[in-house]
Design a protein around this ligand. Structure first.
Ligand SMILES: Cc1ncc(COP(=O)(O)O)c(C=O)c1O
Length: 382
């Protein structure tokens, strides 16, 4: 099997602290919203939403999850070296751009794969013919997400073909909600109804087929969509897909990102700071340099707007965020010392540098803030 490159370079000075009790607690709370028999699929794609895929799988494999979901075959291969107990679900549909060998490895390793077209089915059937391997497949039913699912009618034909192919096993039927995180759930309810209409035509349950639909938001807000398994990503890491007013469970953010202060200097009043002269000091300013920037996932749009924390003090970012440096105004902060650690992304929802606060500043969602944290940031598990 072809060897794939791995990310080996690590920056030990940038520390993403991962709190294992918090992620385990979040999983327990999310599971607590579901019937006891509902399985829990931990979504660990995108480097476990920036938390470190190896670290998160190593924590979760000991306790409380039944399956891991990843985006790609390559992530699946990676975590297969870490766990043998839980099944691995590859969300990207199998397709003819993959090599025959990759399809065969999926079957041999028991990966759960997604099938969404007759062409892919044909390709997979060819790849596995003359082998004794059986590929576990889930059909992703299009109910309104408008992404990679298959419409109910062609799905019916795929089901017949799967039934007639000894190298394929129907392991699951699922759908994905487009708006479960919104306050108005009417579209999500419509999707749920379409899914129900599809399910009613078959006896999947009698065949031991896993039915699933809920992401984090639906796990929290749509108990009717729990079915046999929920697939949670963002809430496992301690966040609601978007801030909720009165959430039924209190989730704890799992990661805190810190960096050291590597330089402290006084910038005289009237001096411009950083690229583009976007900030001018109004007073003699004590400035601290933090060695992290947009190349590490701290976005350039945080220039002149974001805040970091030093102890309990807020330190505003002044001037442009550079590729690998940020300048803070620390004039008001006592005991400034080189090497003191700064909180860049806090594990407290109310912090001025929570992932939510940064998402608001960047006009994005907390998912993007978290997944942007570069793989070379050192993950330290507590
Ligand atoms: C198919 C599927 N299921 C579940 C999830 C998890 O979503 P969330 O992080 O909102 O829980 C994702 C994430 O994008 C997904 O693509």
């Amino acid at each position: 099997m072809k060897a794939y490159r791995t990310q080996q370079f690590v920056r030990p000075d940038l520390e993403a602290h991962i709190f294992s009790q918090d992620i385990l607690g979040n999983v327990r709370k999310l599971r607590g919203l579901c019937p006891e028999t509902t399985q829990f699929c931990a979504v660990v794609k995108a480097n476990a939403y920036g938390h470190g895929i190896s670290e998160i799988v190593n924590i979760l494999k000991q306790d409380g999850v039944d399956m891991f979901a990843v985006a790609t075959f390559y992530e699946a291969l990676h975590i297969a070296t870490l766990t043998q107990q839980q099944s691995i679900f590859v969300l990207e549909p199998v397709n003819p751009s993959q090599s025959v060998e990759e399809i065969q490895v999926c079957a041999q390793k028991g990966f759960h794969c997604v099938l969404v077209s007759a062409d892919s089915l044909k390709y997979v059937r060819e790849a596995l013919k003359n082998t004794s391997s059986v590929l576990k497949v889930h059909l992703n039913i299009e109910t309104g997400m408008g992404r990679s699912g298959i419409e109910p009618e062609p799905a019916r034909q795929l089901l017949e073909q799967i039934d007639n192919c000894e190298n394929l096993e129907l392991a699951g039927i699922y759908t994905h909600f487009a708006t479960a995180d919104e306050e108005d759930l009417s579209y999500a309810h419509e999707q749920h109804e379409r899914f129900e209409t599809f399910l009613k035509q078959y006896q999947f349950r009698d065949q031991g087929v896993l039915i699933h639909a809920a992401n984090s938001a639906a796990t929290i807000k749509m108990p009717q969509a729990h079915y046999d398994m929920v697939r949670c990503g963002i809430s496992m890491y301690g966040y609601y897909s978007r801030r909720m007013k009165a959430p039924p469970v209190q989730l704890a953010p799992v990661m805190k990102l810190t960096a050291p202060i590597t330089q402290i200097k006084t910038i005289p009043a009237g001096q411009t700071v950083s690229y583009g002269q976007s900030f001018t000091t109004q007073r003699d300013t004590l400035a601290a340099i933090v060695p992290l920037g947009y190349a590490d996932g701290y976005r350039r749009c945080f220039s002149n707007t974001a805040t970091m924390k030093i102890g309990n003090h807020a330190a505003p970012v002044i001037g442009r965020v550079c590729m690998d440096q940020v300048i803070l105004d620390v004039t008001e902060i006592p005991d400034m010392q080189l090497g003191r650690r700064v909180t860049v992304v806090d594990n407290d929802h109310d912090s001025p540098c929570s992932a939510y606060a940064l998402a608001d500043l960047g006009d994005t969602i907390c998912y993007e803030i978290l997944t942007s944290i570069h793989a070379h940031v050192n993950r330290i598990v507590h």
